[in-house]
Write a protein that binds this ligand. Sequence first.
Ligand SMILES: Cc1cc2nc3c(=O)[nH]c(=O)nc-3n(C[C@H](O)[C@H](O)[C@H](O)COP(=O)(O)OP(=O)(O)OC[C@H]3O[C@@H](n4cnc5c(N)ncnc54)[C@H](O)[C@@H]3O)c2cc1C
Length: 307
Amino acid sequence: MPDLLRNLLIRAGENKPLAKQVTSRRLTRSLALRFVAGETLDDGLAVTRRQAAKGKTVTLDFLGESVTSQDDARAAAKVIVEAVGRIGEEGLPAGVSVKPTQLGLKLSEELCTELCCDVAEATARIGEHLTLDMEGRDVTEATVALVERLQQAGHAHVGCAVQSYLRRTRADVERLSRAGASLRLCKGAYAEPERVAYQSRTQVNASYAECADYLLAHGNYPRIATHDDRLIDHVKVVANRFGLSRDDFEFQMLHGVRASLQDALVADGYRLRVYVPFGHQWYPYFMRRLAERPANVLFFLRSLRDT
Ligand SMILES: Cc1cc2nc3c(=O)[nH]c(=O)nc-3n(C[C@H](O)[C@H](O)[C@H](O)COP(=O)(O)OP(=O)(O)OC[C@H]3O[C@@H](n4cnc5c(N)ncnc54)[C@H](O)[C@@H]3O)c2cc1C
């Protein structure tokens, strides 16, 4: 997709009046359901059960980002801890993901660390991993440092996503792996300038392959998050060359994207985790998914015209 359109969609995802417009339309809400389990925790758990029945594990994600009050951060943490509790009660094969800015990273590092510790303790109780999503470049360093702090505080099961489009990521992969964190490698879903991020597909993919190679050789249970056939094949070949078993790493994909590829990997004996978001704040997440694929945008525009 031309960068201009991609960036426009991502920026539109940050526009509050537009969010109100889009989220109030029935048709766009039903379109969003392709990528989002629904607005409630029960919706998220229902999709989790369905994915589990197909031999997949899940990362459940309560949607929300960049909260503007400490109360909102605490309320989000409460829902996430409740989600972990429900996962544990049902014995579902699922962990959770959180956005650090949803837990107040932009308001207070201290508060965010405290709330991440609450979620980390809950996930430890059910023996599940906790991944911090990686957001925009304004919080990259703060997120990496947060993972280091959590590791130092004894939360060995906490890691984060890393984005291959960022020039700094190859170094972060080494830094965080040394700290003991298990990482989710993705390409990156935000609009970042050339100063900090590779702009061409070729460079982003080359960086992805390089980071994946490092993780497969030296990382801690790499989490390979992509729907890109070529990179998936690359990882299979390299893992095989390094003598890794199919249980030494996992592929991760998004709910609603390339479901038949997900099923094929499971049938082939690979571990596959699906990222399942739920919650009413689905608008920025939905816009980032639209930005990833031109066909999604056409579908979306047609629905706006028809409402
Ligand atoms: C489990 C998981 C967690 C993620 N966490 C983060 C995170 O924390 N931070 C972050 O910045 N990004 C995150 N992302 C998003 C990621 O950075 C990419 O934007 C997204 O995955 C698309 O990149 P790709 O690797 O699939 O490759 P692409 O080259 O974009 O896509 C490869 C193929 O996959 C299909 N595809 C990809 N996206 C879509 C879509 N939206 N709709 C329909 N088809 C699609 C298309 O067939 C496309 O040709 C995550 C992605 C996954 C899978």
